[in-house]
Design a protein around this ligand. Structure first.
Ligand code: DER
Length: 234
C-alpha cells in the first residue's frame, strides 16, 4: 500500500465517526483532504445530512466549498462536535506535531474548540518523542523582526541542538500563513524535555503567535499501517 492509500484508509475510518447534524472541524493536509472528500461524497449520496464544516485553512475552505459542504466559522460555532485532522508526528501519549502545511494556528483554534479530535495518520508519523523525527517543529511568528524571534527560539532550545530556520515558499520568499504571519521551523537534535514547559516557554516570547505542538488535544488517533488500522484513544 502506498503512503497515500494508507492516509485514505485512516481518513475514511475517521469519517465513520461522523453523524448527521454534527458541526465538524475540517483539517488541512494530504490526509485530511481524503476525509473532507469522503464527507462531501456521503453528503452527496444522502448518507449524511445537516453537516456544518468549520475549515482549518483557506485551502480546506476551498476544497469544502467545491464539494458543496455547508461552511461556517468559530464565531458562529464556538463548540464543535468533532474535528478530523492529520499530524506530522504522534507520540505515545497522542501529543502531536502539526503545522508542516503551515495551518497550525487555525487548526489549533478549531481543534481546541472540539469535544472530540480524531487525528488521522499513516504509521510513518509515529515517533517516540516530539521533535524526534529530525523534521520541522513549526512556530508561527509575526513578520516584524522575525530574526529576533527566531534567535530567541533557537537559544531557548540550544541544549537540544536547535536550529531555527525561516520557512520559505517555492519562490524563495518567506512563506506567509493564512493569517499573514511567518513560520520559523525548529530543527532539534534531541528531545526538548518536558513538553508543557517547552510550550509555555515558546509562548512567552512576544513575537510568537503559536507553535505546532498539540499537547493533550487529540482524543483519538487512527493509524493506518501495512498490517491494518490501529485506533488509539486518549
Ligand atoms: O500542516 C498540518 O498541520 C497538517 O495537518 C499536517 O500536520 C499533516 O499533513 P499531511 O496529512 O499532509 O501529512
Amino acid at each position: 500500500l502506498t503512503q497515500d492509500e494508507l492516509k485514505k484508509i485512516a481518513a475514511y475510518k475517521a469519517v465513520e465517526f461522523v453523524e448527521s447534524g454534527m458541526v465538524l472541524g475540517l483539517g488541512t493536509g494530504s490526509t485530511a483532504k481524503h476525509a473532507v472528500d469522503r464527507i462531501g461524497e456521503l453528503l452527496r449520496q444522502g448518507k449524511l445530512s445537516n453537516i456544518i464544516g468549520i475549515p482549518t485553512s483557506k485551502k480546506t475552505q476551498e476544497q469544502a466549498l467545491s464539494l458543496g459542504i455547508p461552511l461556517s466559522d468559530l464565531d458562529n460555532h464556538p463548540n464543535i462536535d468533532l474535528a478530523i485532522d492529520g499530524a506530522d508526528e504522534v507520540d505515545p501519549h497522542l501529543n502531536l506535531v502539526k503545522g508542516r502545511g503551515g495551518s497550525l494556528l487555525r487548526e489549533k483554534m478549531v481543534e481546541g474548540a472540539c469535544k472530540k479530535f480524531v487525528c488521522i495518520v499513516d504509521e510513518s508519523k509515529l515517533v517516540k518523542y516530539l521533535g524526534g523525527s529530525g523534521l520541522a517543529m513549526p512556530v508561527e511568528v509575526v513578520p516584524f523582526c522575525w530574526k529576533f524571534t527566531a534567535n530567541k527560539l533557537q537559544n531557548l532550545f540550544e541544549d537540544s541542538g536547535c536550529v531555527a530556520k525561516l520557512r520559505n515558499d517555492y519562490k524563495g520568499e518567506p512563506f506567509v500563513t493564512d493569517n499573514g504571519n511567518y513560520i520559523v521551523d525548529l530543527y532539534l537534535k534531541k528531545d526538548m524535555g518536558d513538553l508543557q514547559v517547552a510550550s509555555d516557554a515558546i509562548l512567552r516570547i512576544a513575537g510568537v503567535v503559536e507553535h505546532g505542538m498539540f499537547l493533550d488535544m487529540a482524543t483519538t488517533a487512527i493509524i493506518a499501517g501495512e498490517l491494518g488500522i490501529t485506533i488509539k484513544n486518549k
